[in-house]
Structure formats: structure tokens, C-alpha cells
Design a protein around this ligand. Sequence first.
Ligand SMILES: NC(=O)c1ccc[n+]([C@@H]2O[C@H](COP(=O)([O-])OP(=O)(O)OC[C@H]3O[C@@H](n4cnc5c(N)ncnc54)[C@H](O)[C@@H]3O)[C@@H](O)[C@H]2O)c1
Length: 248
Amino acid sequence: MLLKGKVALVTGAAAGLGRAIAESYAREGASVMVTDINAEGAAAVAAAITESGGTATSARLDTTDPQQHMDLVARIESTFGRLDIAANNAGITIPARPTADLSLEDWERVRSVDLDGVFYGVRAQIPAMQRAGGGVILTTSSIAGQRGLWGMLPYSAAKHGVIGMMKTIAWEYGTEGIRALAVGPAFIKTGLEDNMPEDVRAQLPGMHALGRMGEPREVGDTFAWLSSDQASFLTGSYIPVDGGYLAR
Ligand SMILES: NC(=O)c1ccc[n+]([C@@H]2O[C@H](COP(=O)([O-])OP(=O)(O)OC[C@H]3O[C@@H](n4cnc5c(N)ncnc54)[C@H](O)[C@@H]3O)[C@@H](O)[C@H]2O)c1
């Protein structure tokens, strides 16, 4: 029970890595606010957590709307009394396309969720953590936050950008007990691979030193440990959860 008594918020938690983060937080004893643009999906995840003995509630949150972040944090404070942990995880990709072929809409779409959405989130979460006397802010970056990925310029720019945000927050609020970390998964089995051509899918395991893709729970459990007091001297870092992908 690494997170007993803590109150945690997760964005994009109706599916994939967000769901796994919410489940790991709950297994470690946190009270979890499960949020997603898909309200029904978020409610189903919160119900599943509650059914298995955890504490969770849900809310609809479109991370591209700054006011919704403000309202959500107010709701968390009135429901649970405080906010200790915020996993800014919601993110999207678009079909890969070389840079000169990208439309302005492609750029705006990815930027609005993967970069703006994280900024709007931390802006609302930091004051609540100051009121709580400290906290942990995390974001789901990616291997694309450390290197370029063909056809993924908006995504790579955003995933590099959120690492800069965490470094900055670490310096601005470290002495107030607020830590900030970026987590970098490689290819995790979230169903995203189902839409890839067979030949690309076949290459994915071999891109990792461990010879396999990651499991969502491996990312969730990393978030849980990083959010706990066991990681109390970690801040401003990029933490890879990539099975050795970047070790080449
Ligand atoms: N799956 C991977 O292999 C992988 C690897 C590296 C990084 N990531 C990152 O992990 C995060 C989660 O990805 P995933 O693979 O679980 O994706 P996913 O598509 O399985 O889940 C994303 C969730 O975010 C929600 N969402 C989308 N737009 C939103 C918005 N505006 N506001 C709130 N919620 C929104 C969706 O409804 C969905 O439930 C993303 O930031 C992604 O870039 C994933």
C-alpha cells in the first residue's frame, strides 16, 4: 500500500495506460478520481475499481478545456479534501504523415490534447497541491519525447514539450514539496497495435531489449511507485518504461 491515504487524479483513464494507472493507484490504496472525455468509460473503470475493493469515483474531463480542469480540482477538494497526485495522461496520435504533408488541423489536434491539455491541467493542480502542502505531478510522455519518430512531428514535439514542463515545475515548486516527473513508455499493449499493418506489428517486440511489448500494468505500477514517498528524491526527470528501447 504505497499510496494509502493519498488522493489521485488520472486523465484519459477510460482506457489503455490511464486505466492501468488508475488501477495501480487504487491497488496501492489511493482514492482515485478517474476522468476521461468518455464519461461512460470513466464511470465503468471507477465501478470496476470499487468492485475489486478500491476507492474510486469518476468525472467527465475534456483536457483541452481549461475551465473543466479548474472545476474538477474544486470537486476533488470538496469530495476528498485534498489533491496529492495528478497523472496527466490523456493523449492522442494521428496517422503518420511526413511533416510537409501535415495540415494545420493535424498539428492543432495533437497539440491541443498532448501539450495544451497538460498545461491546463498542471495550472489547475499546482495550487491545490500547495494547499495540501505538497504533491506529485506526472505526465505520460513517450520514447517520442526523446527521439524523432517518422511521420509523428506534432506528437514528438508535444512529448518533448511535456518533459520541459515537468522540469520547469520541478524547479518552480520543489521547495514547496511538489515533485514533477515525465514517464516515457515505448510500445505498450493497449490495442493501438491492432490497427497497424501486420508487418509493422511483427517488428514491435524486437524494438525492445526485452524482446516484447510492455503491459499496461507495468506502466501503471511505475506511476504508482513514482507517486509514492519511496521516490521522494526524484523530480524533474524523464523516467523511461521502455523495455530497453532507448538503450540501443
Ligand atoms: N500505448 C502506448 O504504447 C504508448 C506509448 C507511449 C506513450 N503513450 C501515451 O500514453 C497516453 C495514453 O495512451 P493510450 O495508449 O492509453 O491511449 P488510448 O487511446 O488507449 O487511451 C487514451 C484515452 O484518452 C482519452 N482522451 C482522448 N482525448 C481526450 C481529451 N481531450 N480529454 C480527456 N481524455 C481524452 C480517450 O477517450 C481514451 O480513453 C497518451 O498520452 C499516449 O501518448 C502511449
